[in-house]
Design a protein around this ligand. Sequence first.
Ligand SMILES: Nc1nc2c(ncn2[C@@H]2O[C@H](COP(=O)(O)OP(=O)(O)OP(=O)(O)O)[C@@H](O)[C@H]2O)c(=O)[nH]1
Ligand SMILES: [Zn+2]
Length: 302
Amino acid sequence: MKTGKIYQSLSGFYDVNSDGQIYRTRARGNFRKRLIKPLVGDEVEFDVTNGTEGYILKIMPRKNSLVRPPIANTGQAIVVVSVIEPDFSEILLDKELVALEKEHITPIIYFSKLDLVSEKQVDYFSQIARDYENKVGYQVIYSPDQAKNFQVLRDLLKNKQSVIMGQTGAGKSTLLNHLDPSLNLETGEVSKSLSRGKHTTRKVSFLTINNGIIADTPGFSSFEAADIKLAELKNYFPEFVRVANECKFRECSHINEPGCAVKKGVENGTILTSRYDDYLKQYALIKSQKIVYKRKRGNKND
Ligand SMILES: Nc1nc2c(ncn2[C@@H]2O[C@H](COP(=O)(O)OP(=O)(O)OP(=O)(O)O)[C@@H](O)[C@H]2O)c(=O)[nH]1
Ligand SMILES: [Zn+2]
């Protein structure tokens, strides 16, 4: 029996790194039965059956995991957000941030393709970036000086385990190539007619940059809030959490309650209206999903 970390997942095979040696493994039947799917980033115990092939026996308890992208045990995530092709979507960004907050993963937001928009739009997106830094509290990388951006990112990745995520065509592989040109990752043309990317990255796998490992992941075209309870959602907006103790009601949902510090923050501009609106949108979405779920169960019992 050996132990190691899953470095790559592709079509049912898991490449496990054990002391620098890669073993191509499969999950044993009993994993499938229990609906546990190994993830890149998992620490595992495995048996070697034949040279460098083997079977995963056990997945060690996870620090955290994400569904989209499928990854385990990551401390930080580079969220690649394109300002154009595909168009910037604040609600998509906020959904990604909520999913990361839920798993205690630190987001680092990187704005791509600023070179493709007008100066006026650069100003517009820079303001959004500053707002996420100052009013929400996340690190945002958006300087017009790309060389500087890349160095900041390389330093952030040093000796750490990270993941890169974002919409299809947002520029994840392009960014990784800039951080380390020897990676030579394939990048894709974005279909302009749809302003929707074509999937280039199909597998999840770790790459080494500056002595850290970062998982490259396939992009997505939509992003659903991952299994979040209605009453929990507000906890995943750090700027709400910072003032929530000033709300009149202890379990304030920041929606209809009087004396709400979050709503006051929105009024006086310390909390972004767009973030608050996205909170309401996600709240409504989770609520509607619950109703559908209840109805389905109701039908079953009829
Ligand atoms: N001008 C410009 N083009 C970029 C930038 N980033 C990415 N691109 C282009 O956008 C297209 C998509 O980039 P990729 O790096 O393949 O995107 P991805 O996020 O890895 O896409 P998936 O693998 O499908 O998830 C490519 O044609 C890139 O050359 C950027 O900052 N500026
Ligand atoms: Zn409140």
